[in-house]
Design a protein around this ligand. Sequence first.
Ligand SMILES: *[C@@H]1O[C@H](CO)[C@@H](O)[C@H](O)[C@H]1NC(C)=O
Ligand SMILES: *[C@@H]1O[C@H](CO)[C@@H](O)[C@H](O)[C@H]1NC(C)=O
Ligand SMILES: *[C@@H]1O[C@H](CO)[C@@H](O)[C@H](O)[C@H]1NC(C)=O
Length: 443
Amino acid sequence: MKTTLQLCFLAAISSSLVAIFIYISGVSRSPAEARFVLTEDDASALLSLQSGFRQCVKANGLGLEAESGSDYCRVTMRFPSDTVPKWKDPKTGEVEGLSFDFDLCEAVAAWEHVRNSTTVLTKEFIDSLPNGWEEYAWRRINKGNLLNQCQNRTLCLEKLALVLPETPPYVPRQFGRCAVIGNSGDLLKTNFGAEIDGYDAVFRENGAPIQNYTQYVGRKCTFRLLNRGSAKALDKVAELDGTGKEVLIVKTTIHDIMNKMIREVPISNPVYLMLGASFGSAAKGTGLKALEFALSICDSVDMYGFTVDPGYKEWTRYFSESRQGHTPLHGRAYYQMMECLGLIKIHSPMRTEFNRKVDWLPSQAALSAARMASEKLLRWVGGGTSDPLSACSIIKKRDKAKAPSMSGLREAAIRHQKYVRGATMYPLEHSPGHGMLCMIPEI
Ligand SMILES: *[C@@H]1O[C@H](CO)[C@@H](O)[C@H](O)[C@H]1NC(C)=O
Ligand SMILES: *[C@@H]1O[C@H](CO)[C@@H](O)[C@H](O)[C@H]1NC(C)=O
Ligand SMILES: *[C@@H]1O[C@H](CO)[C@@H](O)[C@H](O)[C@H]1NC(C)=O
């Protein structure tokens, strides 16, 4: 079985190489089209990403294996055949499968862009987005459909004002080592608390408590990602860290109840709305949003408290009765893909060694090459170049007076700002590959 697959793959590679060669040496075409033609270097960057990826999953995946699919991008992540899936789709009643297809090209391109983007909603973003107030702003307001596309802009602005900074409060690489803490009951199997407190920034989710659990989850609270339910209980969530400093990031809409609490309780924590990419069905939960947010402002991201070890019995939480989760095996496979793309490092009861080396990680250069090749293959706006601003499909100048302060930033953050020539890049939501909105400094 395996050899047949490998043979098929070899055949596929050689025929696609031939096809590419014919394509390259073929008729002349427009420069715009030519930009999207894969070179031999592109092809080999993708092939080596894929073969390294298979090795990485084998070495780090606790039984998971990756198989190459029929092209440069597709991989299938397969759980051991004796895995007993325990989650049933409540709609169809079907149990979760044991193998999942992922598109490595899309993943490497999308996530590399997240690392250079801003994921907080700002006023300058709405102002600069074509029809930003009429077509976008009301979607971020609960019951915004009653606002007549923000015909009365003052009213819309009033509703958003408490969570809408003028410019981004954070920049890429602002924090060094970060830890994202999920809510899995697995956390109670290991004393990760002291280790977690050693990070520069810690990201938590929804109503996850700290008090009474510090031995397992640490005390440090820097950011907290909130879904709709938690955002409505903002007063309770704000009490969890006890300092009033934890930054609350809401991934849905602003709600009148929330505004009222911020004003009247009052809540001193900064509150922002998240602006983010969409990663399809594998990636909907608060956990993935927390990883996305962390990756957009940290050098490195470590993950704790996600159910990622084999043999889970049920979907548990460290602080309450178990809850109905969603697609746990799919999630685990996706996180393993992220680890093997060098995006995160997973810590869990079966991966407790703090300095555990993730074997077979692609180098930064290999990732860049694969990312550029993937952008071509996917025909993304500005794809395939190393120009830092090539993905900017909308460019606006920012008033000098409104430039965010760079004082006190880490050197890595300043270096990155120089690299992007002071630009801020906002993802245009739900359209990875269709470019970014970029604010560039007025000269
Ligand atoms: C727009 O909303 C503001 C704030 O609620 C209100 O004071 C004003 O009267 C509204 N303007 C119109 C034309 O309805
Ligand atoms: C912590 O434990 C104490 C004593 O059992 C309890 O009264 C308190 O409510 C707990 N706090 C939280 C946040 O669970
Ligand atoms: C993101 O920025 C880094 C420099 O900080 C650069 O090396 C990398 O290529 C950039 N990625 C993308 C997708 O532009």
